[in-house]
Design a protein around this ligand. Structure first.
Ligand code: ZN
Length: 676
């Protein structure tokens, strides 16, 4: 239920000189005031392609590192985070007598880096798991194995998660969502444009089953892909899943069993440690009976083969070389176009940050997050909050009654910066240097147990949904809060020594983006207390929807790859947030001038530098397979459209650059989308 700034995919890598605060604002890379002037392409007119006008030379010389599917500013900072965490893990793993978190992550790292041991063990660590699958000879037994998914390598046709109850945000609730697909999205099964990937998926399933000596691997692989295709057909689209009211369907377990027969829900819930649950929130409710029917119609031996493949696929990165290689070839190379496997230490960093991220984050912020950054950031956030309040008061389409509630929501918006006040306690988690497979499983189970244990307790308002070393940010509608991890508070997003216009265009735009999420098509359905409830007059809501519809049409017209368009409905919330982000960044910059004229730097006005600041943080290159995957799986538009798609709706951008009718990005004033 969190809305991140960009997809939380496993992104990683490229060794680079680390930029530390002590060295100042990385003056050589981002010019003397925070913007890379040499990276522009002055031959491109701003009104024709603002993204390339701002970034063209940089893009022309940008080579995506072979162990990545995308590279740009976010990735560059992620790579730096990765280097820093690497140092922390190396130190932890070689420091004798360490205790607590440091000893734990040190052991985890030693376990991951022991490639010799992983290779010697082969498929052996999987054996007990596979034996359980072989022994599960009934559908009820298979449903029970699927219930183990949140605390093990097992997978399921349905996925439980524990989160704040959207209609009762002082309590947690159990959510159940559709699942069962091994490809990134239902489109991969159903669209002809993905036929090649689907065929390679079937070969991959065969390969994995063969590696674990599963009987009739090729025939079962075909049956598995056919079965998943049936699931894909009845699954909701990502756009449909974006409606918070539609995915809120509370039921008792008995009601669910009645609505979706053919699946042993009692066995499933008991295995997930949710056997005593009285209330479940079923998300894609109309898909549940159909997926349960697929389960009931499938021979048990195929369900077993599916589960055998699923655990092998999930565990492959921690097994021996043949598993690691097969997993990379399909998951990273075929699906995202990444030519080369990442070195093992980078995979270790990602795994450990994913499993026990706060133990790493605690050491990360001690070394890399200067306390003064927090105070400066707090000031920026308050300026952007004031800018949004002014916009809410100013908009002409909204009634005073709805405005009062929107302003109340904005005033209650919480802000978290840097890192949590209270760190996760991992002291009860057992990690050993000689059992990587077990370490990952125990860490997964440990996290699930933590969540189950607090199910009936109060909501932890201090909890973070991202680690400090993550280069990202998010809005959480049920907590009505925006969160900025330490690692994004660096140049070129945020540099206290750079020009304020560039800072507002960078981190100011990010702050505005996250704040706007509270008022996008999803977020607007939650009130100031984080409660899913309709606080809008019908007329105001209708006017909002009319504007968003036009924004959706604009984005759906973009075709980043031949034949592959942006999905305007899937990306709606993010596109609204990007537009709000840039407008608020500009307003907040103006307010920060306190009536003084903006300085001109290198011939560029203050407004121009705000727009360039936003364009600079999005500069990046992406491999075509990765871009194609993003278009069907990601709620965010690609970086190029996160710049060009926004600017064309901003009046001040036309004035700043003299954009005229006839320019490619030009939209007549009456057709520009005006939401916030
Ligand atoms: Zn966002």
């Amino acid at each position: 239920m969190k809305t991140p700034l960009l997809a939380i995919a496993a992104v990683a890598t490229l060794a680079m000189a680390s930029i530390t605060w002590a060295e100042g604002p990385a003056a050589t890379r981002f010019g003397s005031w925070g913007f890379d002037l040499a990276g522009r392409d002055p031959a491109v007119k701003p009104g024709v392609d603002f993204y390339r006008f701002a970034n063209g030379q940089y893009l022309q010389h940008l080579a995506i590192p072979p162990d990545r599917s995308r590279y740009g500013m976010f990735d560059e900072l992620s790579a730096q985070s990765e280097e820093r965490v690497h140092g922390i893990l190396e130190h932890a793993s070689t420091t004798p007598g360490g205790t607590g978190d440091e000893a734990m992550i040190g052991a985890f790292y030693r376990a991951y880096m022991d490639e010799g041991r992983a290779n010697a063990l082969g498929a052996r660590p999987l054996e007990p798991t596979l034996a359980r699958i072989r022994a599960a000879s009934s559908r009820s037994a298979m449903a029970a194995l699927m219930g183990l998914a949140p605390k093990s390598y097992f997978g399921g046709f349905f996925g439980p998660s524990l989160d704040v109850d959207a209609k009762n945000p002082d309590h947690y609730a159990i959510y159940l969502s559709q699942g069962g697909l091994g490809l990134p999205d239902r489109d991969y099964y159903l669209e002809a444009s993905f036929a090649a990937q689907k065929a390679k998926y079937q070969a991959y399933v065969t390969q994995m089953l063969t590696l674990v000596h599963w009987p009739n691997a090729a025939a079962e692989a075909k049956a598995i892909v056919d079965m998943e295709t049936k699931i894909a057909r009845v699954s909701w689209t990502r756009a449909e899943e974006r409606d918070p009211a539609k995915i809120y369907n509370p039921m008792t377990p008995a009601e669910l069993a009645h609505a979706a027969p053919g699946f042993d829900w009692n066995a499933y819930l008991a295995a997930a440690d949710l056997g005593s649950a009285q209330r479940l929130i079923v998300q894609e409710n109309s898909a549940f009976p159909k997926i349960a029917q697929v389960f009931a119609d499938t021979p048990v031996h195929t369900l077993q083969a599916w589960e055998a493949f699923t655990v092998t696929d999930a565990a492959a990165p921690v097994l021996s070389q043949p598993f690691v290689d097969a997993h990379f070839e399909f998951r990273s190379k075929t699906l995202s176009g990444q030519p080369q496997q990442k070195p093992r230490w980078k995979r270790a960093v990602n795994m450990i940050s994913g499993q026990v991220g706060e133990a790493v984050g605690r050491l990360y912020v001690a070394q890399y997050f200067p306390p003064e950054a927090k105070a400066k950031m707090e000031q920026l956030v308050e300026n952007v909050r004031q800018a949004l309040a002014a916009r809410i008061r100013r908009v002409t389409w909204m009634s005073d009654a709805t405005k009062a509630k929107a302003l109340d929501k904005l005033a209650r918006l919480g802000v978290k910066i840097g890192y949590p006040d209270r760190w996760r306690d991992y002291s009860a988690l057992r990690v050993t240097a000689d059992d990587l497979y077990g370490d990952v499983e125990r860490a997964t189970a440990f996290e699930w147990a933590r969540q189950v244990a607090r199910l009936n307790g109060p909501v932890d308002r201090g909890e973070w949904g991202m680690t400090p070393q993550t280069v990202n940010a998010y809005y959480d509608p049920t907590k009505n809060e925006i969160v900025f991890p330490a690692a994004i508070l660096q140049a070129p997003f945020f540099d206290p020594n750079a020009d304020m216009a560039v800072n507002y265009g960078g981190i100011g735009g990010v702050i505005g983006h996250e704040m706007t999420h509270g008022f996008d098509d999803e977020g607007r359905q939650f009130d100031g207390q984080g409660r899913l409830t309709d606080w809008w007059t019908a007329e105001d809501a209708a006017k909002f929807v009319a504007q968003t519809k036009r924004l959706g049409e604009q984005y759906s017209a973009f075709e980043p790859l031949p034949g592959a368009h942006i999905k305007g409905d899937q990306t709606m919330g993010e596109n609204i947030a990007d537009l709000g982000g840039v407008l608020l960044a500009l307003d907040a910059y103006h307010m920060s001038l306190n009536g003084r004229p903006a300085p001109v730097m290198d011939g560029l006005t203050g407004d121009q530098r705000v727009f360039l600041g936003w364009a600079q943080v999005w500069r990046s290159a992406q491999r075509p397979d990765s871009l194609r995957r993003q278009l069907v799986t990601d709620p965010h538009s690609p970086p190029e459209q996160r710049v060009n798609g926004v600017m064309r709706n901003v009046d001040a951008w036309y004035e700043a650059w003299g954009v005229k009718p006839g320019d490619t990005l030009y939209v007549p004033p009456e057709q520009r989308v005006r939401i916030w």
